[in-house]
Write a protein that binds this ligand. Structure first.
Ligand SMILES: [Zn+2]
Length: 250
């Protein structure tokens, strides 16, 4: 479920990189030593990136985010790889992360009046992933509004968190990785971790944990959309709300 993947990406990012506190209790581990705006920008990116693997599913939120363009792209990927195929692998996480690093490293900038130079690649990536996140979390309705919010967020990030070389690829990689973990804990599971090198169990030893086609699962949440999944999602949503507000407040 798109919204659940999105919120888990946000929660994982805030838990790892957040450094806000309530009283003397830290709300995140503070790895990467990021500023508040960078933590928040990364939260937006990780939220959207946690939807990326489902680009192989034509009816997923992300595939319907950009009209005919994303639907066609999704159909093509889906027929090439199947659902929960190549885009649900550690290799894909590495590719998404590398693309983020390339975009952040290009350093193309343009001058915005009043604001000054803004990194164009980072702004576009943040805008797209933010639009995905806004749609998946159903924060606004309509086809256009998520994109307007995305573009606004992209420009804001371009100004407030301009040094993108670390947090941007890190947030993309973490978001995509958390998607894989989310699918791993459901009954369907994900492809064997070393995909495309797939180890299949012998006929007798195949099980729900290591399936005949090599897929692996640790189905502690049961089927996608289970009551357990909703409960976990509610806890994560509460944590994200508290941690994000604590990061914003001085
Ligand atoms: Zn998935």
């Amino acid at each position: 479920m798109g919204g659940h993947h999105a919120i888990s990406g946000a929660a994982a990012w805030l838990a790892l990189t957040g450094s806000a506190t309530i009283g003397d209790r830290a709300l995140g581990a503070g790895v990467l030593d990021l500023t508040g705006p960078e933590v928040l920008a990364g939260t937006v990116v990780a939220t959207g990136a946690a939807l990326l693997p489902d680009i192989d599913h034509p009816s997923a939120t992300i595939a319907r985010s950009a009209g005919a363009v994303s639907r066609l792209a999704s159909s093509a990927i889906s027929s090439a790889t199947g659902h929960r195929g190549a885009t649900h692998t550690l290799l894909a996480v590495a590719v998404f992360t590398a693309l983020g690093a390339v975009v952040a490293g290009l350093g193309w900038s343009f001058r915005v009046p009043v604001v000054g130079p803004v990194q164009i690649g980072a702004v576009v990536v943040v805008a797209v992933l933010c639009a995905f996140a806004v749609r998946a979390l159903k924060l606004v309705s309509g086809a256009l509004r998520p994109w307007l919010i995305g573009i606004g967020a992209g420009l804001l990030v371009g100004v407030a968190a301009p040094a993108t070389s670390v947090w941007l690829p890190a947030a993309i990689g973490l978001g995509a990785l958390v998607h894989l973990l989310g699918d791993l804990v459901t009954t369907d599971g994900i492809p064997f971790p070393t995909w495309p090198l797939v180890l299949k169990p012998s006929e007798r030893s195949s099980s729900p944990l290591w399936q005949a086609d090599g897929d692996v699962a640790v189905p502690i949440l049961g089927n996608a959309g289970s009551a357990r999944e909703w409960a976990l999602c509610a806890v994560l949503s509460l944590y994200v709300a508290v941690a994000a507000v604590a990061t914003i407040l001085p």
